[in-house]
Design a binder for this molecule. Sequence first.
Ligand code: 3PG
Length: 388
Amino acid sequence: IKRMVDLDLSGKRVLIRQDLNVPVKNGQVTSDIRIQASVPTIEKALAAGAAVMVMSHLGRPEEGQYDDASSLKPVAERLSSLLGKPVRLQKDWIDGITIAAGEVVLCENVRFNVGEEKNSDALGQKMAALCDVFVMDAFGTAHRAQASTHSVAKFAPIACAGPLLASELDALGKALETPTKPLIAIVGGSKVSTKLTVLKSLSEKVDQLIVGGGIANTFIAAMGYPVGKSLYEADLIDEAKRLIAAAKQAGSDIPIPTDVVCAKEFSETAVATVKQVADVEADDLILDIGPDTAKNYAELLKSAGTIVWNGPVGVFEIEQFGNGTRVMSQAIADSSAFSIAGGGDTLAAIDKYGIEDKISYTSTGGGAFLEFLEGKELPAVEILKSRQ
Ligand code: 3PG
């Protein structure tokens, strides 16, 4: 893949696709991690003498019409303050942008354009006509084949990977393709069904697969233990059994919690009780891994050469069910392994426990991070390969 840093951008019109799809509440950006991550790329292009046009989606608006609620206005303001220079938000841009070297224009939400999500070539061609160089830097949207991530890359005079996309691919490749062993993955979150392909793919690659959250409940049930009223997926119990057996066969392991934190209700004021897995009652909800399990998992992580983390192991947003995720976070932070983490809830946990600086690489991808873990090809990366 061509890389932006290897190109001469002086005097060039450079169109950068970023993933600036950030949470916005009452017209304010509530987490700017993705905007911050895009800044070095824009600064590099400016320093190289380019005129910089940035495009991104925000949310999932209806195509073909402007909608205030999905405007990139709050993003333009934050980007401008992070860059320390004006960022002009352009509402109508698809038919042409007037810009000089050293300036930054943010194109209004790409998803207002008809044909964006259908990966229209007519739209991709128009985007390509805006620039001399197209830079794909939106790792978080690299799993989408859409006009601004895929089609544009077919028609732009030059199409390359931006520094953020390149570093995401390097870090994930290092963790999964050439990991320092043992490789331990932690997959939490609520449902096995949404992460089944990830679990399957990881169970073949890793030395140990630690499951948490609602996902662990399905595995606990698969081992024949009661799960009470807990969130779990009865129809995936056989699948969970197969995964455990397949992992054993491959010489790896999917450990099952030995103790859990239960409550009778899901609320901020619920009383938390630690129980052995065999003692879970019919009206119990399992909301976290227990302290012994957390300690054992933390011990396992000590020996890891590489750690991949996606998804909290308990309902960490509620204090009394946060111990498991806190202990795991601390263990990852203390480990000398190469660690990589991704996904919205995972980043929120990293933020809550203040371990940002202790993770080797924090991915800006949610769905894209998962698809990479699944071993899928990312279409926006594939098209860049074809343009080498
Ligand atoms: C994300 O937040 O995962 C990406 O920005 C992709 O957004 P999408 O799921 O709306 O395509």
